[in-house]
Design a protein around this ligand. Structure first.
Ligand SMILES: Nc1ncnc2c1ncn2[C@@H]1O[C@H](COP(=O)(O)OP(=O)(O)OP(=O)(O)O)[C@@H](O)[C@H]1O
Length: 511
């Protein structure tokens, strides 16, 4: 039987209650003390025994009630947590401060092909095929960017939630089918290096050669280039090629967080700095990256106040945590990046001139994708192979027309846009050939060369005409592969009636 004893909280009462149990030589298998209650599991206690135990317990001063219960609250909570963990579709592991596995959920056990109990106590690095992982985790306080890992040969994207105070972290592995949602986080941070920067065009070769030279120089580096050109990838490669490679590389996107949060993320905060702050204070990225590199993305968006604080740090290597008195000294290389014209911002006083010169000791200019010629196809093929593997579908390749669409697109979102377009296109079709229509559907801009081949070549005269041209081209291209209004409707995820009307409108006869 399991019982709950409620009492008025006073010194020593729990001890006296347990002494009554001990005096009766009752076999007790679990006790949960949670003042003002004690919950007890005594399997041999029956109804008669309970009545006399209750009487004895009530003689203890302060005991208010003694009642049978179904299950101990701690056991109930554990069962709920177990159920919660096993309901999670993604593999989840909790690790201790040394990155050893404490708990694994059912999904992790299934993928690993081992039992949950067998996984507990194991080494995270060996389980995820990355022997250097525990060292990287402990050195960074469990703050490393998402990275690709493998579990029993299957690829996953690993995300970390630090538990704090060096107590370890919760590790979540996202399955390939969910990688699409998290494409941005997939930065190929597994081992960085310049070989991750794909491209053989003259501007990319020149960039890599210059990056390899500036990587080793101990000075701030500013990386300029349009959005999505690979600035962060290059920053990471420069870190990997520098003498700091064994130390952390930590990134802050200055545009993504408000000023106060950016300040505490970067510089940390002292104990009691503000309400809701962690009790012992918190180190910022600069402290955590000691000996390594901090990457400040979108530096052009940094507030004037933070610009001043960063300038001071760059001048003498010292700073104070938010709300702190003590000067901190750390050894960190700052690599910054922006797609904004910083020089023009200096001219119109929206960016500090002195900070600009401090950051801009070394500079890399990253070319936009549209200036990289055939690299567009090289990158597209790389992204196709990766997307096919992630989506677990057979390999596919580009048609000549699709390659032309890719080459003539202006790519305002650069490599990231290409990556997204390819990922969408690959996951939207199961055909072994990706044609121009697949890419258009996936978001690649339609170009003049894709206007309908029916005498209206050249820029469309109006919005309606352009939309009609697009619809006509799309239906004509897809029709040979989906030769009925029903098949086309299924392919384009729309109604059969709408497709039948459009086929009629554009004079495409149904076979
Ligand atoms: N040369 C390249 N080879 C392979 N992948 C690349 C290359 N350049 C960029 N990528 C990929 O494109 C995506 C965008 O790159 P990244 O985030 O480094 O760009 P960014 O210039 O820092 O973007 P933003 O300006 O938005 O911060 C990433 O997934 C990156 O891995």
């Amino acid at each position: 039987m399991r019982i709950a004893v409620s009492f008025a909280d006073r010194v020593g009462i729990a001890h006296e209650i347990l002494a009554v149990l001990a005096g009766r030589r009752l076999n007790v298998v679990a006790v949960e003390v949670d003042p003002p209650h004690i919950h007890i599991d005594a399997p041999e206690l029956d109804a008669a025994g309970f009545a006399s135990l209750e009487e004895a317990l009530r003689t203890v001063a302060g005991v208010r009630s003694v009642a049978p219960i179904d299950i101990l609250p701690g056991t109930r909570r554990r069962l709920h947590l177990d159920a919660l963990l096993s309901a999670l579709p993604d593999p989840v592991l909790a690790v201790d401060g040394a990155a050893r596995i404490v708990v694994a959920n059912a999904a992790a056990a299934t993928v690993a092909g081992r039992s949950e109990a067998d996984l507990a106590g194991g080494d995270l690095g060996s389980l995820l095929g990355d022997p250097g992982l525990p060292a990287a985790l402990t050195a960074s306080g469990f703050r490393i960017p998402s990275r690709e890992v493998t579990l029993n040969g299957q690829p996953f994207l690993m995300d970390l939630t630090p538990i704090g105070e060096g107590a370890g972290a919760v590790v979540t592995l996202f399955t390939p089918s969910r990688l699409g949602e998290r494409l941005d986080a997939l930065q190929n941070f597994d081992d960085g290096g310049f070989d991750k920067i794909l491209g053989d065009s003259p501007p990319v070769r020149a960039l890599k050669a210059r990056a390899a030279r500036v990587a080793a120089v101990e000075a701030p580096l500013l990386i300029l280039g349009e959005t999505g050109t690979g600035k962060e990838l290059i920053a990471h490669a420069c870190h990997r090629a520098s003498p700091r490679r064994g130390k952390p590389f930590l990134a802050l996107n200055c545009a993504a967080v408000p000023e106060s949060l950016a300040e505490s993320e970067l510089f940390g905060y002292a104990p009691g700095a503000f309400s809701g702050a962690q009790r012992g204070g918190k180190p910022g990225l600069l402290e955590l990256a000691h000996g390594g590199t901090v990457f400040l993305d979108e530096i052009g968006e940094m507030s004037p106040y933070l610009q001043a604080k960063l300038l001071r740090f760059l001048n003498d290597g010292s700073f104070r945590r938010v709300g702190g008195e003590r000067e901190q000294q750390v050894d960190v290389r700052v690599i910054s990046a922006t797609h904004r014209p910083l020089e023009a911002m200096v001219a119109d006083h929206s960016f500090r001139e002195d900070l600009f010169y401090r950051l801009n000791v070394l500079t890399l200019q990253v070319p936009p994708l549209r200036e990289r010629g055939d690299d567009i196809l090289l990158l597209a093929r790389h992204f196709i192979a990766r997307a096919c593997a992630q989506a677990r579908r057979p390999p596919c390749r580009l048609t000549r027309q699709a390659a032309e669409v890719l080459l003539s697109n202006p790519w305002p979102g650069n490599v990231r846009q290409l990556e997204n377009v390819i990922f969408r296109a690959v996951t939207m079709t199961d055909h072994p050939l990706l044609d121009a229509a697949d890419l258009e559907l996936a978001g690649a801009r339609m170009t003049e060369t894709d206007l309908p081949p029916d005498g209206t070549a050249g820029p469309a005269a109006s919005w309606e005409e352009a939309v009609e041209g697009f619809e006509r081209t799309l239906l004509r291209r897809l029709y040979p592969r989906y030769p009925s209004s029903r098949k086309l409707a299924a392919r384009l995820a729309t109604s059969h009636t709408m497709i039948a009307n459009k086929l009629r409108k554009y004079g495409i006869p149904e076979r």
